[in-house]
Design a protein around this ligand. Structure first.
Ligand code: ATP
Ligand code: MG
Length: 594
């Protein structure tokens, strides 16, 4: 059964402060007690709902704070590339997002129409996102490094009506494909309004003339709000859409999995081009009433540590690729900074090697809490939560309200739940949580295929231990079958990374006459280490010792870099295609490969 029934989780009740107080009551509980007493309906009391009925993410994120508190508090502290800084208060955001909603209205954009954004992490991006939601239109972010083809594909699938971008991006990436985008009614250019390209409008001029009191659209909980394309790690990206009630899952999951509270300064390092950067880099921090850091610049270890120190960041949400790069830069660099304000560190996007958890505990005095979710799930589903122990190398336990399981798909098409600990199967979730995707746009059959036997099937393989913690094994597509063993790449990669010389590793299966497949590893080394035979032999011996010869890689190839998606995930399918001389498939989200 697909979860389409219209149940509202949100009811208006007590004032905000009181509800935030209720939200924090869980701090005194243990995990089991928390899960057994949790209900989405009760959690819905933490949201306001619209005064006239209905639910709108932008209202929960911005307006309600202004309603209850007046709110000159800083919502966004924006750090520009060149060292400039701008504070945007909740009241500023309310005014500007109302203005932008009125601009969309003025341009004839109706509820449900899609508004795309293509720009760096600049203030206008946040106004566009929240103003679009406020209008009742659907926000769809595009990662700014995309070239014209992936942009065209996404705007076409999403039938984008409006694109908000910059002059430079327009000239470089849009002007010559504009004629191929028939749904696009308006292109709004952020920044300098002089010499605008033909067929475009000035975002800044329109915004200045917008109505700062424009009302919030009366959206319902099940109205479409966000369209997100997946990372394209396993193939062609899919356009997953979410509805307004997703905000409830963003809001409560941030409490349990990020320990986020009203007085926090949170820095989610993900770009809003990806779902993490929207759910936890825009929505959850604001619904909580916290202050969020937005850094316009790209990754750089010194800059990152400076931000953590100077901004007194308390909650830091990042990803394994960045963490491994910080490890590569060395713990001594981190120790030069005062990072004592940090209270909670979390990671998502790829498996977090146990090495990285232990390293962070050593260097920051606090370990990274790994958590698992997908574009499709809209919010964190499994995590090493703020309560309970961290298990390094594990993704943690299901969040309250999330019913997860490990299942086996049988040949006759039925689904068996695996209840015994330690058995590998597909990670699955019982449908019905608020941020669950409600479709892949224009791909109904593909959507329906994700649901079987009353489960949503994630496409990831995992196992559960006797304490109920989940352990990532690999994506179903990346599993390696060697001499009758089913080998998950993560286990082998973690063993490789545990060697002092290794910075990053990716393993794939390559065909072998006798074994079916054997494991081949691609490895990047820490700075200053020679990629020579001695190093190779030493790494091989180390992995054989820890995993056994049957599972250890047969071959290790040194690389300068590993191919990654722009959201930082290793693209094993590309390594495999190149290894086997096969077509590379969709590489629209590829970042680098040397
Ligand atoms: P596509 O679906 O287009 O192939 P993608 O699955 O990489 O791309 P996302 O939705 O961005 O797109 O990523 C979700 C996936 O990332 C998960 O299904 C899982 O494979 C991986 N992932 C996320 N968090 C973790 C984690 N903590 N541990 C292991 N894997 C993770
Ligand atoms: Mg996926």
């Amino acid at each position: 059964m697909l979860p389409t029934e219209d149940k509202s989780f949100v009811s208006q009740s007590s004032p905000l402060e009181q509800r935030i107080g209720q939200a924090l009551l869980w701090h005194g509980k243990d995990y089991e007690a928390l899960c057994s007493t949790f209900s989405w309906k009760a959690a819905g009391r933490q949201l306001d709902g619209l005064p006239e009925g209905g639910l709108n993410i932008a209202y929960e994120a911005v307006d309600r704070h202004v309603m209850w508190n007046g709110c000159e508090k800083t919502a966004i502290r924006w750090l520009g590339k060149s060292g400039n800084c701008r504070d945007i208060s909740y009241a500023d955001l309310a005014r500007d997002t109302a203005r932008f909603a009125s601009v969309l209205d003025h341009l004839g954009i109706e509820q449900g129409e899609r508004v795309f954004a293509l720009m760096g992490r600049e203030p206008a991006l946040y106004v566009t996102a929240l103003g679009t939601l406020r209008r009742g239109a659907v926000f769809c972010p595009l990662f700014s490094a995309f070239g014209p083809d992936p942009i065209k594909a996404r705007i076409s699938i999403g039938e984008g009506a409006v694109l908000v971008t910059t002059k430079a991006f327009y000239q470089k990436k849009i002007a010559h494909i504009r004629g191929e985008l028939p749904t696009l009614k308006h292109v709004l250019i952020v920044g300098d309004a002089d010499d605008l390209p033909d067929d475009t409008l000035s975002f800044d001029t329109l915004l200045a003339a917008g109505d700062p009191g424009f009302p919030v659209a009366q959206t319902r909980p099940h109205d479409m709000a966000l369209l997100h394309f997946t990372s394209g790690t396993t193939g062609k990206p899919k356009g997953a859409f979410h509805v307004h009630e997703a905000v409830l899952a963003h809001h409560v999951s941030a409490q349990y999995a990020l320990d986020l509270r009203k007085d926090d300064i949170i820095w989610c390092t993900a770009d809003p081009g990806w779902v993490t950067g929207t759910s936890y880099g825009i929505i959850a921090p604001l619904t909580t009433g916290a202050t969020m850091i937005v850094d316009e610049a790209e990754f750089n270890p010194e800059r990152w540590y400076t931000i953590l120190q100077d901004q007194k960041v308390t909650v830091w949400y990042s990803a394994p690729t960045a963490i491994r790069m910080l490890m590569k830069a060395g713990g001594d660099l981190a120790r030069e900074y005062d990072l004592s304000a940090l209270r909670f560190l979390a990671s998502v996007g790829e498996p977090l090697n146990p090495e990285a958890v232990i390293w962070s505990a050593d260097v920051f005095g606090k370990p990274f809490h790994d958590n698992w979710w997908q574009t499709e799930t809209g919010a964190i589903m499994i995590g090493n939560l703020a309560i309970g122990d961290i298990k390094p190398g594990s993704m943690g336990r299901p969040l309250p309200g999330i019913d997860a399981g490990i299942v086996e798909l049988r040949e006759d098409g039925s689904v068996r739940e695996i209840t015994s600990a330690g058995e590998v199967g597909e990670l699955a979730l019982r449908p019905g949580w608020p941020s669950m995707f409600r479709g892949y746009l224009h791909e109904t059959a593909r959507y329906e295929k994700c649901f079987k036997g009353g489960w949503y099937l994630s496409g990831d393989l995992a196992m559960r231990d006797t304490d109920g913690y989940y352990w990532f094994v690999g994506r179903a597509d990346d599993m390696i079958k060697s001499s009758g063993h089913l080998i998950g790449p993560f286990e082998v990669e973690s063993a490789l990374v545990a060697h002092d010389a290794v910075a990053e590793a990716a393993v794939i299966g390559v065909p072998d006459e006798r074994a079916g497949e054997v494991v081949k590893a691609f490895v990047t080394l820490h700075h200053g280490i020679e990629p020579d035979e001695t190093t190779r032999r030493d790494i091989l011996a180390h992995v054989r010792r820890s995993l056994g010869a049957a599972v250890a890689p047969r071959v290790i190839e040194f690389a300068d870099e590993l191919p990654k998606t722009r959201s930082g995930k290793i693209m094993r399918r590309l390594l495999k295609a190149r290894e086997l001389g096969l077509p590379e498939g969709d590489t629209s989200t590829l970042e680098t490969f040397k």
